[in-house]
Design a protein around this ligand. Structure first.
Ligand code: CP
Ligand code: NVA
Length: 304
């Protein structure tokens, strides 16, 4: 594993290996065991979109691993004034040991990686959110014991979260069902790939998707790259809410996960959010542990 650009680049085994290392690092941290596997190493973090969890978990993770993290605001870098991604990649490769980038197009992340001599980690694009889904899988495994054979359901926009959950769920042996409004489908080639597993359903009916689910996910109706569509999307997505009625179709012990930030009263009711808040904030916490595992795998594989 040279970079983490999308989960599709990893095998199921590699995903499970990351989760195992994440569990180990979480155990070490909770028990006060020092694990300075990245001593003397620096991660540059390029943000072209807002962030709470990704920024804080990567920065804290680097510190706990004995390294250092640099916050690089997209608008303050020369890249924000048009310096080519290729030149940014080659320059940063001379100073840093790894780059995390949150941006709009997946192509920009792939280009950054192509020109970098150091590992590149995708901290969210419009296409996918691999770090989030590693944390999600870690959280499901903690609560349910294993992933294989579970049913994961996603309700909402066929955007970055849906795309990564489809790949992460299928690759780790889960059945995956996704309900989106017509015209808001996940990536077309991922739909074809997932259908070949025989464990995938894409529907426009939230109740059909939620039937017998072990874990139900949702995400905001309007993502950061869709700020101009908030009103329009409120109407289109109105039936795609995780509420008590929807959860009645799922298994009795069904988990609810949300990558956050959440909009109560839109994609999830306040009652469902609060009833599942422990699981949701375990998920947020696990961003730290799962990303530390990715950082060690990529930047100090001798310890992985
Ligand atoms: N879930 C997530 O990526 O959160 P932030 O946007 O706060 O980083
Ligand atoms: N789909 C959301 C996820 C935020 C973590 C967005 O892209 O804004």
């Amino acid at each position: 594993m040279k970079h983490l650009l999308k989960l599709a680049d990893l095998s199921g085994r590699e995903i499970i290996d990351i989760l195992n290392l994440a569990d180990q690092l979480k155990y070490e941290q909770k028990n006060g065991m020092e694990h300075r596997y990245l001593r003397g190493k620096t991660l540059g973090m390029i943000f072209q979109k807002a962030s709470t969890r990704t920024r804080v978990s990567f920065e804290t993770g680097m510190y706990q691993l004995g390294g250092h993290a640099l916050f690089l605001s997209g608008s303050e870098l020369q890249m924000g004034r048009g310096e080519p991604v290729q030149d940014t990649a080659r320059t940063l490769s001379r100073y840093l040991d790894g780059i995390m980038i949150r941006t709009f197009s997946q192509g920009a992340v792939e280009e950054l990686a192509a020109y970098s001599s150091i590992p590149v980690i995708n901290g969210l694009t419009d296409y996918c959110h691999p770090c989030q889904v590693l944390a999600d899988l870690m959280t499901i495994r903690e609560h349910k014991g294993s992933l294989h054979g579970l049913k994961l359901c996603f309700i909402g926009d066929g955007h970055n979260m849906a795309n990564s959950l489809i790949v992460g769920g299928i690759k780790t042996g889960m059945a995956v069902s996704v309900a989106t409004p017509a015209g808001y489908d996940p990536d077309a080639s991922l739909l074809t790939w997932a259908a070949e597993s025989g464990r995938f359903l894409h529907t426009h009916s939230p109740l059909e998707a939620a039937a017998d689910a072990d874990v139900v996910f949702t995400d905001v109706w309007a993502s950061m790259d869709q700020d101009g569509e908030v009103e329009k999307r409120r109407e289109i997505f109105a039936g795609f809410q995780v509420n008590d009625q929807l959860l009645a179709a799922a298994k009795g012990e069904c988990m609810v996960q949300h990558c956050l930030p959440a909009h109560r009263g839109e994609e999830i009711t306040a009652a469902v959010f609060e009833a599942h808040a422990e699981e949701i904030f375990d998920e947020a916490e696990n961003r730290l542990h799962a990303q530390k595992a990715v950082l060690v795998k990529l930047m100090a594989p001798e310890f992985a």
